[in-house]
Write a protein that binds this ligand. Structure first.
Ligand code: NI
Length: 170
């Protein structure tokens, strides 16, 4: 396993649509392992392949944030939101590609997500709470969507400008 570099806003790769994965082979399993290691080290609770520069539909997450909790890594290939609740919930989100910026986002409170696991077996997860937030946030990444797209335009423009300036100075 190897830690990978996380792309930071305004890297254009973060705005591209990722391609479906046709074969879940050793390359994909190695990518998932690298992404989990990168996520745990960051630390974060979710990571999408485009964030490490790979435009393929793979996300990882682990919402067992309690210090005493056993790690609960999830690897989701080609995840699709099949259903979303009418009920919404507000959660203060952050993103490893937009460091040190948190903002409240409103999303469906519960979702049903279909995906393939790392063995290629079809799975369905009914998620609510933090897992529902995490899955929606990460699946957005596969479509070039960032959580700042769900906040007010004023706040989005402010943070986008800030990161554009930091990139120029780097
Ligand atoms: Ni993110």
């Amino acid at each position: 396993m190897a830690k990978r570099d996380i792309l930071i806003l305004p890297d254009p790769v973060l705005r591209k649509v990722a391609a479906p994965i046709a074969d879940i082979d050793d390359r994909i399993r190695a990518l998932a392992a690298d992404m989990l290691e990168t996520m745990y080290e960051a630390p974060g609770i979710g990571l999408a392949a485009p964030q490490v520069g790979v435009l393929e539909r793979l996300i990882v997450c682990d919402v067992a944030t309690d210090e005493d909790a056993e790690p609960a890594p999830m690897v989701l290939v080609n995840p699709v939101i099949e259903a979303a609740s009418e009920e919404t919930k507000v959660y203060e989100e952050g993103c490893l590609s937009i460091p040190e910026f948190l903002e409240e986002v409103t999303r469906p409170a519960a979702v049903r997500v279909a995906y393939l696991d790392r063995d290629g077996t079809p799975q369905v997860v009914e998620a609510d709470g933090l897992l529902a937030v995490c899955l929606q946030h990460e699946i957005d990444h596969l479509n070039g969507v960032l959580f700042i797209d769900h906040i007010s335009r004023l706040k989005r423009e402010r943070i986008t400008k800030k990161f554009a300036k930091q990139a120029r100075l780097a």
